[in-house]
Write a protein that binds this ligand. Structure first.
Ligand code: ATP
Ligand code: MG
Length: 421
């Protein structure tokens, strides 16, 4: 049953909605379409948080939206959407959709997964095909009402994450909802309601069928939200972590591997701190951390097979990155950086001036150094090793010369240089 909250019954003030979204809503309504602010923005405004983006749902079909807004681009096949562009930014306008199983053109796979979701419907139908009750609220800019078809207001008050409809069916339709439940529970500091929570323990394996590129996107949302440590622990608690990082979970399950857990947790704490201080973070570092144990293991195997040090690291990195791509597809521009971080670890051992000066100019020095010190801080290396490099970077050029001169360059090289002269 629909529940309408009038402006005096809720805390949304129109001014907190971005100007562009307000403009789009008004223009759609002037063209005789229904249009609402929807999803995360309504939820966040009601909770007094700042929304990340302002999504709009409308009765207008994508082609009709395009006619009203010249800067509109239609995207997506499985889920056709209108993007209205403002320079490099855009707002998303989606046509109301019906539940997938109500019509011929909405298709599900044998396992119940939605594969085609372009069946247009009414506002109520659109509300009910959304994932969680708190994500199914609509805001009507004309009347200022919040429209609630799924008891989302109740759950916002109870601070609960609850799936709309039968939880198991909804997870089977889209297993990523399991990850989303955890993401929202952490982001909003809500609990996952019991019937929504229970099936997660049994259905995690469905994530194996999700496209690795989508899982990569979800992984970033999960780990680059400022709550990576909490997320990591919760994903493991629900037994979902293994589907994002199978090799990492395998390393962690080896009993003697407490150190690796400390290493990951120290890294995630650090990521959270960086995000909260508005410093940049890169997926390359996250993946370098998560896959380090397996990379080292492979490295040692290649070494004992007689491969040289550098090649051993190269080969192992390729194996590990290749295997990871089967669950979460890390784009090459990131995995190449993870690989560099690993390969550069050996260079921290060389402290002669020639090596040091070229190394600190390396474009990946900073990331490799952060990784190296993380290893030291988690007890994998003597802390003094990291301290030497930390201090070195604070010295003047003359002091740096002095600091590295005690580590003579390897003999073979200085001989060669003398000969050339
Ligand atoms: P965030 O603040 O993290 O962006 P959000 O609620 O806006 O949160 P989005 O992923 O941007 O989340 O999705 C927008 C809306 O689309 C959601 O609020 C929800 O209503 C709907 N939605 C997104 N993903 C799904 C899904 N897998 N199944 C059903 N509905 C979904
Ligand atoms: Mg959003």
């Amino acid at each position: 049953m629909v529940n309408r909250l009038s402006p005096t019954q809720h805390s949304i003030v129109e001014k907190r909605i971005c100007k562009k979204a307000r403009d789009i809503l008004h223009r759609l309504e002037r063209a005789d379409h229904e249009a609402y602010l929807v999803g995360g923005a309504v939820r966040d405004l009601l909770l007094n948080h700042s929304p990340k983006d302002f999504d709009i749902a409308t009765s207008a079909h994508p082609e009709e939206v395009k006619k009203i807004f010249p800067s509109c681009r239609l995207i997506g096949r499985r889920f056709r959407l209108a993007h209205i562009h403002y320079g490099r930014e855009y707002l998303e306008v989606a046509t109301f959709r019906a539940p997938h199983n109500e019509s011929e053109s909405g298709k599900t796979s044998e396992k119940g997964r939605i594969i085609n979701d372009n069946v247009y419907g009414s506002m109520e139908e659109d509300a009910l095909r959304r994932d969680f009750t708190i994500n199914a609220l609509f805001y009507d800019i004309q009347t200022g009402d919040v429209v609630d078809h799924a008891d989302g207001i109740d759950d916002l008050e109870k601070r609960e994450i609850r799936l709309i409809g039968d939880p198991e069916t909804r997870y089977r339709e889209d297993p990523v909802r399991m990850l989303r439940a955890i993401r929202f529970a952490i982001k909003l500091d809500f609990t996952i309601e019991a019937t929504t929570e229970k099936p997660i323990y049994e259905l995690g394996h469905l994530l194996k069928d999700i496209a690795p590129a989508r899982l990569f996107d979800e992984t970033l949302k999960l780990f680059h939200s400022g709550n990576a440590l909490k997320t990591f622990r919760m994903l493991r608690q629900y037994d979902l972590f293994q589907y994002l990082f199978p090799q990492t979970e395998d390393s962690l399950l080896r009993e003697e591997n407490e150190d690796f857990l400390t290493f990951i947790e120290t890294a995630l704490k650090n990521t959270d701190k960086r995000i909260r201080s508005n410093f940049s973070v890169t997926p390359a570092f996250l993946f370098a951390v998560m896959l380090w144990d397996k990379t080292l293991e492979g490295f040692e195997r290649y070494r004992s097979d007689g491969q040289p040090e550098y090649q051993s690291m190269q080969l192992s990195a390729s194996d590990v990155i290749g295997l990871q791509a089967k669950s979460t597809a890390v784009p090459r521009r990131f995995s190449n950086v993870s690989r560099d971080i690993w390969l550069l670890q050996a260079r921290f051992r060389r402290k002669d001036c020639r090596a040091v000066f070229s190394f600190i100019e390396h474009k990946r020095f900073r990331a490799a150094y952060d990784f190296f010190c993380l290893r030291a801080r988690s007890g994998h290396l003597p802390v003094e090793d990291c301290e030497w490099w930390t201090e070195f970077q604070t010295l003047t050029h003359d002091e740096q010369m002095e600091a590295c001169q005690e580590f003579a360059a390897p003999k073979r090289r200085s001989n060669r240089r003398r000969k050339r002269k």
